[in-house]
Ligand binder design. Structure first.
Ligand SMILES: [Zn+2]
Ligand SMILES: [Zn+2]
Length: 369
């Protein structure tokens, strides 16, 4: 077993990222050590760098999206969520949320376990100053704590191809479960980042009639076409009225049945309410961190008789379904193309900046390259 691990640390909000060395802790019964192949650079990580989420302990080792190989296992057998024993060398991902208690009011009565107050998230809420320290994915090794849900990655799915299993596809799966697509629906998706692209794939798999991808970056919209977008709209090149009218033109005058928001930009929300058809559904999943306040007209929502839904976090089942969906449709969609930028651990700062400038679709850090 290696003795130490280098990890990227955000000392405090907006401070430059530092690379620090940590001792690899002794593995307790039920724990494992993951050698990180790819750590996904999530939009959320950029927001964490800027201190935009409450309850995050700094200094922080960021990174909640990870795929890699099992390097070592503690003094007790552990099993993946399929119930099979995990072996050294297995290619896996984990559900980044641990300690959902399944015994609090939210878990038991409200049946909303993603609101469980006892949850902890790798790279977001776990304190790197406390033992076992290595609990963020921007690190050569991650200490997989006892009870963490581990999911096998099928051999035919490359680590890059699994770039969306950490966060984007589980979010998309959860979103579509919250707002189901009907066969033949007209769908519009705001945002062609990883979550938007995975929503596209799910819309395609679910028999959508038209799928319009809306974004401000033409390179993202090109990728959206490869993921099944029948139409694309660049918000830098069109006005809101033009987008509204175009969506009616391609849907016999009605407008999209469902609009999914996956942008991380608060301004998308009033626009989405405008774009969706009368009696349609508007579902927000891209506002995980606080991107500010916008002006809304509640009368418009009421008058349009809308279903408005939001989605918070993911359960292990969504991560599991995400891996399955990617594995089962691996030849249908260019999942590997989602990873557009790869960085070494020493380039973490650059990785966050690249993600912030929207140059990448999905950037990953490969700490062991
Ligand atoms: Zn994420
Ligand atoms: Zn709970």
């Amino acid at each position: 077993m290696p003795k130490t691990s280098r990890a990227a640390v955000i000392p405090e909000p907006n401070a430059p990222v530092e690379i620090r060395e940590f001792e690899i802790p002794e593995l307790k019964p039920g724990a494992a050590l993951l050698k990180v192949a790819n750590a996904g650079v999530c939009g959320t990580d950029v927001h964490l760098w800027h201190g935009k989420l409450a309850g995050v302990p700094y200094p922080l080792i960021p990174g909640h999206e990870m795929v890699g190989t099992v390097e070592a296992i503690g003094p007790k057998k552990i099993r993946n969520v399929d119930g099979h024993e995990i072996k050294v060398g297995d290619r896996v991902t984990i559900h980044d949320v641990t300690k959902t208690c399944y015994s609090c009011w939210f878990c038991l009565i409200a049946k909303a376990p993603t609101k469980c107050p006892n949850r902890e998230v790798y790279g977001i809420t776990m304190d790197s100053t406390k033992w076992p320290h290595l609990i963020g994915a921007y690190s050569e090794y991650v200490y997989v704590t006892p009870g963490t849900h581990v999911i096998q990655i099928p051999d035919h799915v490359s680590f890059d191809g699994a770039g969306a299993v950490g966060c984007a596809m589980p979010t998309a799966v959860h979103t579509v479960i919250r707002s189901p697509l009907k066969w033949g629906s007209n769908v519009a998706i705001q945002g062609a980042g990883p979550v938007g692209l995975m929503l596209l794939a799910l819309a395609k798999i679910n028999g959508a009639s038209t799928i319009t991808s809306i974004d401000m970056e033409s390179h993202r919209l090109k990728l959206a076409e490869k993921f099944g977008a029948t139409h694309t709209l660049n918000i830098r090149e069109t006005s809101l009225k033009e987008r509204h009218d175009f969506l009616r033109e391609i849907t016999n005058g009605h407008g999209p049945d469902i609009v999914y928001e996956a942008t991380g930009n608060a301004l998308a929300v009033p626009e989405g309410v405008e774009l969706v058809r009368e009696g349609g559904t508007y579902t927000i999943c891209g506002q995980y961190t606080d991107s500010g306040t916008v002006e809304m007209n509640p009368h418009l929502m009421n008058r349009k008789h809308l279903d408005i839904r939001t989605v918070w976090g993911s359960e292990t089942t969504h991560v599991y379904q995400a891996v399955r969906t990617i594995a089962d449709n691996y030849d249908e969609f260019p999942f590997e193309d989602v990873v557009t930028h790869k960085f070494l651990l020493d380039q973490t700062q650059e990785a966050l900046e690249t993600q912030e400038r929207h140059e990448s679709v999905k950037a990953v850090i490969s700490p062991n390259d």
